[in-house]
Design a binder for this molecule. Structure first.
Ligand code: SAH
Length: 421
């Protein structure tokens, strides 16, 4: 039998149903399992704990498929679990995305169908962009079942095209090479138009970040739309304009979109046009939308020095701290941009600020934002806590799945009046 036998006392996390077992917990490997192949995880006394995918190269040496001793890991296992994962999206805010495929555009037709560990399928990401699926196989186990999973996805969704974006850095830790390209179907165009809460976006599934679009921010973009009316908005780290388009759709007085990527900004401009929202490359002061290419850290400083002010600032930076080890350096980065943003806000202005760093938890993020306000000499209140969209669930036995946190803060007018000019 293929099995990993744990060292004495190392079964605790598995008994709490955490799906990972680290290399240091393993006492012995029985048999010669393939990379990604299925192994039983046994306690030092030989008791069954879980059935898992073996990953000989990774520090996360095994990822659990099932804690049920009688459940086999085969095509039926994946059919059942992928189907359940898809079903949980039906009934969330994404029903129409699936039910009305192929008919008139649904208000939202892009969502995450499988969210890896958080859906009980370690290493497997499946995103749906209108009629196309984009998948990532991010761990040895998911990679091992790649063909089975691809066939099942066609069967279970009725769609024909699957594009693979197995080019995330984490594959390296699993000893897997990056792989990008068409996995099933005959898709020619990798730029896809999707709908999100009634707005349209172009998504490049071949070259875009992650699988093309930050689906995890869907609800927060809608929230920003509701907050934007009549406000002068600064969208920092705008990528392809998710927040920008929502703010314009919500009746913003103006939106200035900042990103260091010219390609992202080009798509941002297209997305503004696609939704018939006003934009121009050389804006007079009355123009609604403007792109600005550059480094947010520098641009915020420049705006501070010039006395530029805004009513709503969005900060959605990339992951500064992928792991806890980078948390300190990341904290300085978050503090810097939040401090500057507080300074640039008008009294009663609103800051919508995020961290998607897994290595930095919500409590620490809130502390960082609090100390940014303090050092900026402003008083502010949290009026809302934000997190990832419901198609990015967090399994209670896998708290690592909660990576995106956001705060909506209102800058108080009183103290600011005394200290700023
Ligand atoms: N808010 C976006 C997602 C942001 S992703 C959405 O809802 O779709 C982070 C973005 O930050 C990327 O587009 C990346 O190009 C940009 N970026 C990273 N570092 C930057 C920096 N120092 N200055 C400006 N943009 C930066």
């Amino acid at each position: 039998m293929l099995a990993l036998v744990l060292k004495p006392g190392r079964e605790k996390s598995l008994l709490r149903r955490h799906p990972w077992i680290f290399s240091g917990a393993i006492g012995r490997v029985d048999g010669n399992p393939d990379s990604g192949g299925t192994v039983d995880l046994l306690s030092s006394k030989g008791d069954f704990l879980a059935r898992a995918a073996y990953s000989p190269q990774s520090q996360i040496r095994a990822r659990v498929w099932t804690f049920d001793p009688v459940e086999a890991v085969d095509a039926d296992f994946f059919r059942q679990h992928i189907q359940r994962s898809i079903q949980t999206r039906v009934g969330a805010d994404l029903v129409s995305a699936l039910a009305r495929a192929g008919t008139s555009p649904a208000p939202t037709d892009a969502c995450r169908l499988v969210h890896a560990e958080s859906d009980g399928l370690p290493g497997l990401i499946v995103d749906r962009y209108a009629g196309t699926l984009v998948v990532q196989f991010l761990a040895a186990g998911a990679e091992y079942w790649r063909d089975t999973i691809a066939d099942l996805l066609l069967e279970l969704t009725g769609l024909k095209d699957i594009y693979e974006r197995s080019d995330a850095d984490v594959r390296e830790l699993e000893g897997l090479l990056p792989r990008v390209g068409l996995l099933r179907g005959a898709l020619h165009e990798t730029q896809i138009t999707i709908h999100e809460n009634g707005l349209e976006f172009l998504v490049n599934i071949a070259t875009g970040h992650k699988t093309g679009f930050y689906l995890d921010q869907r609800q927060n973009r809608l929230r920003a739309r509701q907050l934007a009316e009549g406000r002068e908005v600064l969208d920092c780290f705008c990528y392809t304009g998710g927040f920008t388009v929502n703010a314009l759709a919500g009746g913003a007085k103006s939106v200035l979109s900042v990103d260091s990527s010219a390609d992202a900004l080009a798509l941002c401009r297209e997305n503004v046009s696609l939704n018939a929202l006003p934009s121009t490359p050389h804006p007079p002061p009355s123009t609604l939308h403007t792109n600005l290419e550059g480094d947010v850290f520098q641009i915020l400083r420049k705006f501070r020095d010039e006395g530029h002010q805004f009513d709503l600032i969005i900060l959605d930076p990339p992951k500064f701290a992928p792991t806890a080890a980078q948390a300190e350096k990341a904290a300085r980065g978050y503090k810097d941009i939040n401090l500057l943003a507080f300074k640039l806000l008008r009294p009663d202005g609103i800051l919508v600020t995020f961290s998607c760093s897994g290595g930095l938890d919500a409590a620490l993020f809130q502390k960082i934002v609090a100390s940014a306000a303090l050092d900026a000499g402003v008083e502010a209140q949290i009026i809302e806590h934000l997190s990832q969209s419901p198609d990015h669930p967090v399994a209670l036995n896998f708290p690592e799945g909660a990576y995106l946190k956001g705060l909506v803060c209102r800058k108080n007018s009183s103290r600011e009046n005394e200290t700023c000019h």
